[in-house]
Design a protein around this ligand. Sequence first.
Ligand code: ADP
Length: 321
Amino acid sequence: MKRVAVMTSGGDAPGMNAAVRAVVRAGLDKNVEVYGIRQAYQGLLAGDMALLTSREVSGILQRGGTVLQTARNEEFKTPQGQRKGQRRLNENAIEGVIVIGGDGSLRGAQKLHELGVPVVGIPASIDNDIWGTDTSIGVDTALNTILDAVDRLRDTATSHNRAFVVEVMGRDCGYLAVMAGILGGAEIVVTPENGVTMNEIASSLEDAYIRGKTHAIAVLAEGAPYQGPELARFLEQKHIGFEIRLTILGHTQRGGSPTAFDRLLATRMGVYAVELLLSGESGVMVARVGREQVPMPLKDCTSRTRQITPEYFDLARILSR
Ligand code: ADP
């Protein structure tokens, strides 16, 4: 292999740039040219790709977001779109592709593999919902960003005897909410998975008030059955003792400089992905299992979703007393 391409796709995650840098430099180390595809599958279909030199990826290790940009694209979900993508790769003499992204992006990668294009995936998603890997690029940074916000909110909550509802990202998976609850010291956590009702939240916050707590925090995942504003209104009407405030963290938790953990994860995964591709592997995702990196079939990783370890729900409950 003399020329491969890399793209970042789906929701952006801090550490994607560190992975791109690692892919480019690992390629150079093996005398392989690395092309950067801009704006994911959309850019692939438009043939929007260019050689990435070592200098072009310098100074991006610490930057959040993705310098290659990302996009969502419906056409690539069709067989015609996928064949067009393959044709664009051929036109540019690209012999293999590394896709950095979430489960949707990795499903796209699997489709290219099925067409015979050598493909290796790298899991990047702040939700930690990708099956097969202990963690994905961006999870650690997003969690630290959320904790930073929760810690600040607790300071102000304590000063005013307030309870905060903090809404965090996670459409289908409440991993960030559960971890933020445990590590941020929340009274209660609501996720798409755990079925906590608004009445249960009211009771738990009221209980904290009666026990003499000066603050209380409820963490709500974006994908919970009710949204932050609705919950805050409900709690206000319940007169639980605390004044209620709502903070929706939204996209702030996507951005920011990757943590040391995410930089290392992304760097190792990027280098390993190039090694796998050059050794003839295809249709696999780099997975972190324990302290090792291993290839996992993309088909397995994209046909199911990583679930939250049930123990974490117990921890969140036990520690909220
Ligand atoms: P994420 O990768 O963060 O999960 P999405 O689910 O939006 O994000 O997927 C990103 C892109 O990957 C989509 O816009 C589409 O171009 C491509 N993609 C998603 N699912 C498929 C699929 N089943 N087949 C082909 N391409 C897909």
